[in-house]
Design a protein around this ligand. Structure first.
Ligand SMILES: Nc1nc2c(ncn2[C@@H]2O[C@H](COP(=O)(O)OP(=O)(O)OP(=O)(O)O)[C@@H](O)[C@H]2O)c(=O)[nH]1
Length: 222
């Protein structure tokens, strides 16, 4: 049981108790967005939550904030509680405190910004230091709509993800490409880990993502 730092909610969530979580009436999965300042974490969350992109001047997140969003996984309603963290170094100690309770971490870089990609290894080191060992991690190369000025090829993102055995996709908070898929893939992975039957094959998040991409009609960034 954890009383969250914002003090207005009492939530039961421990990654190691996913099974009991899924047998309870409301399933709350804590997902955290991390990555350098300016990679698009807030924009990704706004696109997922409200289906819109607010262009204009960039205002850096201060500290941490969260949004609740309900998704359905195999007829089970899952509330994703998504925490948007500040990418700036000065807030790092605040955000570390939240890693421990995370079921999933979406780690973003900006495909037009090489240093945000180069810093992914350091982010992964921090995640392994502060998060639970069974946390679901997904690497996202955001701003895929800006591929004409890209600094990082998609293959480089794929290679890095393979190296760290994490799923990967490019997203655009502006156009919405792959935004919903990123969150639903994580929710599906967590759900299947929780209610895995021994007779069933293990859920493969990479295969799930590829299958969903094939179903999608808007595949220009895949
Ligand atoms: N073209 C394009 N611009 C984007 C995209 N995502 C974010 N941006 C822009 O990038 C800038 C930074 O976006 P934010 O969402 O504020 O970045 P952040 O990662 O939350 O930054 P911090 O709060 O400092 O950690 C803003 O000007 C956004 O409009 C995208 O997918 N495409």
């Amino acid at each position: 049981m954890l009383i969250n730092r914002a003090r207005w909610q009492l939530i039961e969530y421990f990654p190691t108790q996913l099974k009991s979580l899924f047998s309870s009436r409301i399933v709350i999965l804590l997902t955290i967005l991390v990555g350098d300042s300016g990679v698009g974490k807030t924009s990704l969350l706004v696109q997922f939550d409200q289906g819109k992109f607010i262009p204009g001047s960039f205002s850096a997140t201060v500290g941490i904030g969260f949004t609740n969003k309900v998704v359905t996984v195999d007829n089970v309603k899952v509330r994703l509680q998504i925490w948007d963290t500040a990418g700036q170094e000065r807030f790092r100690s605040v955000t570390h405190a939240y890693y421990r309770d995370a079921h999933a971490l979406l780690l973003l870089y900006d495909i037009t910004n090489k240093s945000s990609f180069d810093n992914i290894r350091a982010w992964l080191t921090e995640i392994h230091e502060y998060a639970q060992s069974d946390v679901v991690i997904m690497l996202l190369g955001n701003k895929a709509d800006m591929s004409s000025v890209r600094a990082i090829r998609r293959e480089e993102g794929e290679r890095l993800a393979r190296e760290h055995s994490v799923p990967f996709m490019e997203t655009s908070a502006k156009t919405g490409v792959n935004v919903e898929l990123a969150f639903t893939a994580v929710a599906n992975d967590l759900k299947h880990r929780a209610v895995q039957h021994p007779s069933q094959p293990t859920f493969q998040i990479h295969q799930y993502i590829e299958a969903q991409k094939e179903k999608s009609s808007c595949c220009s960034y895949f």
